[in-house]
Design a protein around this ligand. Structure first.
Ligand code: CP
Ligand code: NVA
Length: 303
């Protein structure tokens, strides 16, 4: 049987995504009440990281341990992947020894190639194009604070990057509106925008994108791999900081999200990030743990 992969949100149906989000909240409750769920006893997760991580590594490793399994941290410094062993060969070998794999890397095509040659499920733990695991946690967080996101309006402020593109996929799946404000030249993929249709609108002014919305979200101006562009991007994204003034254009009970790590004083003001009435960034981070446990259970047919 072909393994079930999670390479972008588009690998889930609307029904599966809603069930996964519910399961994530139930796993969170059970974990807090001290109930053990050891459905993945003996299972091994291989974690391939070609970029840095705090949240992703800790949440996958802790999540697997809590479900009775274990996790291997594999960095390019230590594996033959880092010395040029073909992805196809690495996928065949690694997947013959473990039950599930997660990969954080640059090219989405590399994750797809690995998945094609893997005999076990592969999870995209961030590529230059998508960060679907973060969206699971963010959608769980919205629903825990405000209920269903369907029919609501979200504003994305900043770079049309992997997080923005994952929000577009989420808008298509759960049927909400997404207003994107980005500087010229930093838009998300035109093909993706076309597929998403009228529920997505592009803006040049952050205030116009935020007008009346239920949620405002942003991310760093320069993502991992774009460090050399940091200075240029600081100039291009001038005026795209999310702060209390910008939030005042949103609906009264609008939330603020950021996948973290955040650069205070760049894409978000320190005051907004720490305003617990509006900012739910710490819940998003914690929910990575619960959402990914639900994801692994789904992919391993234990949901
Ligand atoms: N949000 C997120 O993926 O964080 P890390 O880079 O720390 O894993
Ligand atoms: N867009 C950011 C997200 C980090 C979690 C990056 O790719 O670096």
């Amino acid at each position: 049987m072909q393994p079930r992969h999670f390479l972008s949100l588009a690998d889930l149906t609307r029904g599966e995504l809603n069930a996964l989000l519910q399961s994530a909240s139930e796993l969170k409750r059970a974990h807090r009440q001290g109930h053990q769920n050891t459905s993945l006893t003996g299972a091994v997760l291989a974690m391939i990281f070609e970029k840095s991580s705090t949240r992703t590594r800790v949440s996958f490793e802790a999540g697997m341990a809590q479900l009775g399994g274990s996790a291997l941290f594999l960095s390019p410094n230590d594996t033959q992947l880092g010395r040029g062993e073909p992805i196809q060969d690495s996928a065949r070998v690694i997947s013959s020894m473990v039950d599930i794999v997660m990969i954080r890397t640059f090219r989405q095509a590399d994750i797809e190639l690995f998945a094609k040659h893997s005999s076990v499920p592969v999870i995209n733990a961030l590529s230059d194009d998508y960060h679907p695991c973060q969206l699971l946690a963010d959608l769980q967080t919205f629903s825990e604070h405000r209920g269903s996101i369907t029919g609501k309006t979200v504003a994305w402020i900043g770079d049309g990057n992997n997080m923005c593109q994952s929000w577009i996929n989420a808008a298509m799946l759960l049927d909400f509106n997404l207003n994107i404000a980005c500087p010229e030249g930093y838009e998300p993929s035109p093909e993706l925008l076309e597929r998403a249709g009228a529920r997505i609108t592009l803006h040049r002014q952050p205030a116009s994108a935020v007008d009346g919305v239920d949620l405002v979200t942003t991310d760093v101006f320069a993502s991992m791999g774009q460090e050399a562009e940091q200075q240029l991007r600081l100039e291009k994204f001038n005026g795209f900081q999310v702060d209390h003034t910008l939030m005042s254009h949103a609906a009264n009970n609008a939330l603020f999200m950021h996948c973290l790590p955040a650069h205070r004083g760049e894409e978000v003001s320190a005051e907004l990030l720490e305003d617990s009435q509006i900012s739910v960034v710490w819940d998003e981070a914690e929910n990575r743990l619960h959402a990914q446990k639900a994801l692994m259970l789904l992919l391993l047919n234990k949901a």
